[in-house]
Write a protein that binds this ligand. Structure first.
Ligand SMILES: Cc1cc2nc3c(=O)[nH]c(=O)nc-3n(C[C@H](O)[C@H](O)[C@H](O)COP(=O)(O)OP(=O)(O)OC[C@H]3O[C@@H](n4cnc5c(N)ncnc54)[C@H](O)[C@@H]3O)c2cc1C
Length: 460
């Protein structure tokens, strides 16, 4: 059976659907309805019982899933833009890709972007997403000027770092549990071109790549692809990619100089059906990693690439999640504090490579300082890797959880589909306060809840 993620379907009335987030695990049967005006949203919220917002389903697990789902994608208008400050106001169902399509040609870019542009503004705020520039720009929440959130009684709360600031604090990174984010205003940043001046550096092992991150702290963007199947001396071998927005003077190719804001559209591919479960195994993944690593020659290489190639290589393949087959997959993303960095990352990585279960999509990044209430990032190293769902992988995660917690780290809620309440409690210092704040808002009647919030004990 091919599982489809339900988006962009123009659903007016409530409909019973099979639905999942990006990892296709879990897949649930839910009542799904959409809205395209404030009035429609208000009437949807008149209905008793808990709901959860579903943006574009690019969280991996069950953050936007439960029996009653509100699709936000049709609530997708750009509202206003201030050329002097770069402040953009829009409805929460707008995709980051739609913002880029309109604003890059005018010389503006997102302040923070994750590794896919196919997420909504509401999803970016609720998960407080981070990008390759976290060490200099923090997460998405840092760039929000204000937002409007609708709660159960249909009233709209306007909040910002200074207005209703406690409510703002728990909505940013609050995984949709404070209400439906309707509109948001946030600041774009000025760029001279749609291109990135990129350097790629091949690192032979974990020490080399960590040295490379330290030496790249002046770069706006940095990230590394790491081979999670390489062992021994080669443990942690990686490719660092670092970049800066290119200036017009830095463009050399005639095609780039001629149209600095309009890169040519690249090849777009699609995975038409779910792969059989056996297609991805240790050997196919090892072969892929070897070929990919050796594609890069030793040393540092410079090039000018367009922003889609640099930030969103995976978006060029529609439905790439189908390569994991019908069993689905999950992403294990953890962060550990800088102090635990080298030793901690080596120990955890070794356990992952010894298991032979990791796959080819592993991303390493050094986060900077983070000042927020319930968001994932902290100053330290984060590693994200995909695992096809299996009993062995689920057992491994239990072991990894204990290691991550011992090193003072935590897991990213937007990627998670299996962490338990104890792990959440132990690793998020404000877990208890967050639970109490949500319970106070609900005042005895849970209005916003997801499978995630129930599993980790934030809501009933
Ligand atoms: C290929 C890929 C790469 C990724 N890379 C990164 C990365 O580099 N950094 C990163 O931080 N994340 C990354 N992610 C995760 C992704 O950015 C987040 O999960 C994001 O929240 C998804 O947004 P969405 O619009 O798809 O929302 P959904 O996945 O549908 O929902 C996510 C959460 O937001 C809530 N929500 C959505 N809209 C609203 C709203 N209007 N009001 C209230 N709550 C709402 C939902 O209830 C849910 O809790 C990646 C995901 C993929 C698939």
């Amino acid at each position: 059976m091919v599982k489809l993620i339900v988006v962009n379907e123009g659903l007016g009335e409530v409909d019973m659907r099979k639905i999942s987030d990006w990892g296709n695990y879990p897949v649930i049967e839910a009542e799904v309805g959409g809205f395209d005006s404030e009035g429609q949203l208000r009437s949807k919220l008149e209905r008793p019982g808990p709901v959860i917002a579903f943006g574009n389903g690019r969280s991996y697990g069950d953050a936007s899933l439960q029996e009653n789902i509100l699709l936000t994608r049709r609530f997708n208008k750009l509202l206003s833009f201030d050329e002097t400050t770069g402040s953009l106001s829009c409805q929460s169902g707008v995709l980051l890709s739609e913002i880029l399509d309109v604003f890059v040609p005018r010389g503006w870019f997102l302040p923070v972007t994750p590794g896919t542009k196919l997420i909504t503004v509401g999803g970016a705020i609720a998960a407080d997403v981070h990008g390759k520039n976290h060490h200099v720009a923090g997460s998405f929440g840092r760039h929000i000027v204000s937002m409007d959130v609708m709660r159960n009684e249909g009233s709209v709360i306007t909040c910002s770092p200074t207005e209703n600031s406690d409510f703002f604090k728990i909505t940013v990174g609050g995984m949709g549990l404070t209400g439906i984010i309707m509109n948001a205003t946030f600041r774009l940043k000025k760029v001279e071109t749609a291109y990135i001046r990129e350097e790629t550096i091949r690192a032979a092992n974990l020490d080399e790549i960590m040295d490379c991150f330290e030496a790249s702290s002046d770069w706006t963007y940095s990230v590394a692809w790491i081979d999670c199947l390489a062992k021994g001396e080669q443990l942690g071998r990686s490719i660092m990619m670092r970049g800066e927005h290119a200036t017009q003077a830095e463009l050399v190719a005639p095609a780039h100089k001629h149209a600095p804001f309009n890169p040519r559209k690249g090849l777009h591919l699609s995975v038409p059906i779910s792969f059989p479960n056996f297609a991805l195994n240790h050997w196919t993944m090892q072969a892929f990693n070897l070929i990919y690593y050796n594609k890069f020659r030793p040393g540092t290489h410079k090039s000018i690439v367009d922003y889609n190639q640099f930030f969103y290589p995976l978006d060029a393949i529609d439905n790439w999640n189908r390569i994991y087959g019908s069993r689905g997959f999950t992403q294990y993303q953890f962060v550990i504090p800088k102090a635990a960095g080298r030793e901690g990352m080596r120990t955890i990585l070794k356990r992952i490579t010894d298991s032979g279960l990791g796959s080819f999509l592993a991303v390493l990044k050094l986060f900077g300082e983070q000042d927020s209430f319930i968001s994932f990032p902290m100053a330290g190293y984060t590693l994200a890797l995909d695992f096809p769902i299996s009993l062995k992988a689920l057992d491994l995660f239990k072991e990894l959880d204990a290691m991550v917690a011992d090193y003072g780290g935590r897991l990213y809620l937007a990627k998670d589909s299996r962490m338990d309440a104890e792990m959440f409690e132990k690793t998020y210092p404000n877990a208890d306060e967050f639970r109490q704040a949500i319970s106070l808002l609900n005042d005895g009647e849970t209005r916003f809840a997801s499978l995630l919030s129930k599993r980790i004990g934030i809501t009933d």
